[in-house]
Design a binder for this molecule. Structure first.
Ligand code: IMP
Length: 194
């Protein structure tokens, strides 16, 4: 059941999209199913959902409302480094969690896992704080580009080895507000930021 608008309503943004990979309805149906699984698995555990800004916020917001048990939310933010620094798995925390996670059941929520380097770094960082448990929920998975193995206990969709935008995922800070996910036209997308 579409909540927002059809793609054409997004005018200039939609004009930059060459192909829709996942419609709003497909995304919402999958988010609901993941939320139901989490509600079942964490019954009685009072989990803490931890998201990484900014890309995760639409997913986190919908997932939160698809969960029917008591749950808390916190966010981290990381600085974007040059592609060389990221290739080495370097991540700098720009915003840390507000509360201690020691002894908590933590569910780490990611928008997309690509090489896995960012997630691997952040999981190491969180594990050192001694949560009671630590699991990962990722909406999108680009397994073909993985450089390091990372556990994904809850997963939305597999993606091809292509750059996608929409539903929180940006290109130069734009396209996050699309309720669907798609590929950018080559005329719009310059991978090296040129
Ligand atoms: P990783 O360290 O390579 O796994 O990078 C994951 C991060 O890269 C995500 O949290 C996104 O911020 C970003 N990212 C990876 N693929 C895409 C994409 O297709 N579109 C937008 N951002 C992406």
């Amino acid at each position: 059941m579409t909540q927002f608008y059809p793609p054409e309503a997004y005018g200039e943004l939609n004009d930059g999209i060459s192909q829709v990979l996942f419609t709003e309805d497909e995304i919402q149906a999958r988010v609901l199913a993941i939320g139901q699984a989490i509600s079942r698995d964490y019954e009685g555990c009072h989990p803490l959902m931890v998201g990484v800004l900014k890309g995760v916020f639409p997913f986190m917001s919908d997932l939160l409302r698809a969960i029917t048990i008591p749950v808390e939310v916190d966010f981290m933010a990381i600085a974007s480094y040059s592609s060389q620094a990221r290739d080495k798995g370097y991540v700098r925390l720009q915003k840390d969690l507000d509360e201690s996670i020691a002894g908590r059941h933590v569910l780490f929520v990611e928008d997309v896992v690509d090489t896995g380097l960012t997630l691997n770094y952040l999981l190491g960082n969180l594990r050192a704080r001694q949560p009671a448990s630590l699991k990962v929920c990722a909406l999108f998975n680009k397994s073909r580009r993985r450089l390091i193995s990372v556990p994904l206990q809850y997963k939305g969709f597999d993606l091809p080895d292509k750059f996608v935008v929409g539903y929180g995922l940006d290109y130069r800070e734009l396209y996050r507000n699309l309720p669907f996910v798609g590929l950018l036209k080559p005329a719009v997308f310059a991978p090296n930021g040129s």
